[in-house]
Ligand binder design. Structure first.
Ligand SMILES: NC(=O)C1=CN([C@@H]2O[C@H](COP(=O)(O)OP(=O)(O)OC[C@H]3O[C@@H](n4cnc5c(N)ncnc54)[C@H](O)[C@@H]3O)[C@@H](O)[C@H]2O)C=CC1
Ligand SMILES: N[C@@H](CCC(=O)N[C@@H](CSC=O)C(=O)NCC(=O)O)C(=O)O
Ligand SMILES: [Zn+2]
Ligand SMILES: [Zn+2]
Length: 378
């Protein structure tokens, strides 16, 4: 490859400061070092977690940086010792790594991986604790170990899932975050059984994927809760069977749901990132067994609370990261499921723009009818 071993200059969207428009810059991307992979990103979507970090409310948010973590691309070159991918492979960057060797990976109890998390949380690569990105000689921080708002990016090899080259990258880029998170919250974290009553708080991409997962799991009722009525019609296509808008009720939403379900739901999922809603999601669960899963990401300084009695009386409070999926092992499997039309992906894409239009894409993300906006990066 002509670019192998060379610094590549390419376009990237740089976040210089919280909430200030991203700037499309010519950035320099260093070659991958040992255990690293340089990827040509072809498509990236925007996730609300990008917006959250950009807002300045993420305690791990560092600036200037290159955001982005829901993407697909092709390996451009690999560093020394990389064996599982090679130039030309089609891949999905995985913000949640899977090394298969660390205490977490070997535990069989979690999809979290400890190998590179200490570096990805502070915006650098593990090898030399430095960034592979710079602009005019000044380093830019990496984000979530992925930084996909760039035509080229460098990842740790443990964060790269090799996928079927026949899969359409402009669609399967969504399998880098939101859709697997919702499906996995149901299948892996909650393990919803057939016949269950499920409540989904927040009907964005993640909440709709929860509904899709719950329908596939055989839930008998899937109650969608959202403050925006416009979300309801679309949610039916993802499996939501009933809708509740908390604004239309005087009683607390947890009481509304308890009354609707003869004592509470079997499973609830908070897909917003609002700590008051997290409490309601727990408290609408059935005494003795109801389980609530926190999926939404809440801002720095926010804390959850409830009466311990809620747990003493058998409700269970859990959380999920990337839906509990082991990234390198299971993202290719999710891609296959999509290819076999067993899971939706296209249906979550409501907008398509280019990397140059990224600020417009963030504006869209905050409007009610946008689920995922896919950017063409090339
Ligand atoms: N745990 C994980 O691994 C992941 C977490 N996330 C997080 O999941 C959350 C949801 O992401 P998206 O679906 O993309 O967001 P979104 O913004 O598209 O959806 C949120 C929905 O919640 C609704 N909503 C807002 N306030 C509400 C309230 N008080 N009561 C009821 N509904 C309300 C909104 O109208 C919207 O429909 C975000 O916090 C995101 O950061 C996203 C991906 C992975
Ligand atoms: N830096 C943030 C962390 C926010 C968070 O919880 N991220 C999720 C993924 S959200 C994807 O869109 C996650 O998987 N967390 C596990 C992890 O190891 O980061 C903060 O501190 O708030
Ligand atoms: Zn995300
Ligand atoms: Zn690991």
């Amino acid at each position: 490859m002509a670019t192998q071993g060379q610094v590549i200059t390419c376009k990237a969207a740089v976040a210089y400061e919280p909430n200030k428009p991203l700037v499309i810059e010519d950035v320099q991307v260093d070659p991958p070092q040992a255990g690293e992979v340089r990827i040509k990103i072809l498509f990236t979507a925007l996730c609300h977690t990008d917006a959250y970090t950009w807002s300045g409310k993420d305690p791990e948010g560092l600036f200037p940086c290159i955001l982005g973590h829901e993407a697909a691309g092709i390996v451009e070159s690999v560093g020394e010792g990389v064996t599982e991918v090679q130039a030309g492979d089609h891949v999905i960057p995985c913000y949640q790594a899977e090394c298969r060797e660390c205490k977490f990976c070997k535990s069989g109890k979690t999809n979290l991986c400890g190998k590179v998390r200490g570096a990805t949380g502070v915006g650098v690569m593990m090898n030399d604790r430095k960034s592979r990105f710079s602009v005019n000689g000044k380093p830019l921080y990496h984000f979530m170990g992925t930084s996909t708002f760039s035509q080229y990016t460098v990842l740790h090899d443990v964060s790269v899932a090799k996928i079927d080259p026949k899969a359409p990258l402009d669609k399967v880029c969504l399998l880098g975050c939101g859709v697997p998170t919702g499906l996995g919250a149901v299948w892996n974290t909650a393990k919803v059984e057939p016949g269950s009553i499920v409540a989904v708080f927040g009907l964005g991409t993640v909440g709709l994927a929860v509904a899709e997962g719950a329908k596939a799991a055989g839930a008998s009722r899937i109650i969608g809760v959202d403050i925006d009525d416009r979300k309801f019609e679309r949610a039916k296509k993802f499996g939501v069977t009933e809708f509740v808008n908390p604004k239309e009720h005087e009683k607390p939403i947890q009481q509304v749901l308890v009354d609707l379900t003869d004592g509470g739901v079997d499973y609830s999922f908070e897909c917003i990132g609002n700590v008051s809603v997290m409490r309601a999601a727990l408290e609408c669960c059935h005494k003795g067994w109801g389980t609530s899963v926190i999926v939404g990401v809440a801002a720095s300084g926010q804390e959850i609370s409830t009466r311990p009695f809620q747990l003493v009386t058998g409700r269970v409070w859990k959380g999920t990261a990337f839906g509990g999926f082991k990234s390198r092992s299971q993202v290719p499997w999710l891609v296959e499921k999509y290819m076999k039309k067993e899971i939706k992906v296209d249906e979550y894409i409501t907008h398509e723009l280019t990397l140059a239009e990224i600020n417009k894409a963030f504006d869209l993300l905050h409007e009610g009818d946008c689920l995922r906006c896919v950017l063409t990066v090339e």
